[in-house]
Write a protein that binds this ligand. Structure first.
Ligand SMILES: [Zn+2]
Ligand SMILES: [Zn+2]
Length: 227
């Protein structure tokens, strides 16, 4: 693996023997998503077994969603370098945070049949060369011996969700995804992986598509939760 000589978060020069992309100080600043979580969307809440206020009146298609970290600081820098500078070694650092989260929250994986990931559109996949969410999902699949199955295809380019007002994010995605193989998810419990969750619109639309193709249940796990 090739690591940068400077910390990707603060830019500090690092000793070449430090086999990591982030300095110890920036690594120590990563905030895990604090327990307990909203039972619906995985946001940190103050009381156990509660829904957060933001999703009190939303019926998501997924059964639950969990996030390992908060989308801020070091995580934002790491993810940005991973996605836009194509430093694939970051997949190990980032997936480790997700693996540690699962080890601490075993119910996330209970009874699952397969793992899949949110697909990129062809245009973005071609320009980036890889799907960051699939790389994270591959590591989880390997670690927990749950098969990774490619289940979804993105049918059209939808632009960046983060650039749209929250209310338009859902309609922007309508019918943006399709099942690759109509029977692959039939009666299966599926874990859907993505890098970042904010409103949950992307995960929701992917979950709807998976359920429509016969999946029994969809749960979501992301690296980081936006506010
Ligand atoms: Zn640093
Ligand atoms: Zn919630």
């Amino acid at each position: 693996m090739v690591f940068p000589m400077r910390c990707v978060s603060c830019g500090k020069d690092m000793n070449s023997r430090e086999k990591t992309a982030v300095c110890g100080f920036c690594m120590s600043k990563i905030r895990l998503n604090p327990k307990p979580y909203c039972v619906s969307c995985g946001r940190s809440v103050d009381k156990i077994k509660k829904r957060c206020r933001q999703c009190e009146n939303i019926a998501f298609h997924f059964k639950s969603a969990h996030a390992a970290c908060l989308y801020e600081g070091t995580i934002k820098d790491l993810l940005h370098a991973f996605k836009y500078k194509s430093n694939l070694s970051f997949a190990d650092i980032l997936s480790k945070l997700m693996i540690d989260f699962v080890k601490d929250n075993r119910e996330t994986l209970r009874g699952l049949d397969m793992i899949t990931s949110v697909p990129l559109g062809r245009r973005r996949l071609n320009s980036r060369g890889f799907n960051q969410s699939k790389l994270l999902a591959d590591r989880l699949s390997e670690e927990f011996s749950i098969p990774y199955v490619e289940l979804l295809n993105k049918r059209r380019h939808t632009g960046y969700q983060s650039e749209l007002p929250k209310l338009r994010r859902l309609s922007n995605l309508s019918n943006a995804f399709e099942a690759l193989d109509a029977s692959a998810a039939k009666d299966k419990r599926v874990l859907l992986i993505d890098d970042v969750m904010t409103t949950g619109a992307t995960l929701n639309e992917c979950s709807r598509t998976l359920l429509a193709s016969g999946a029994r249940e969809v749960r979501c796990l992301v690296l980081a939760r936006g506010a």
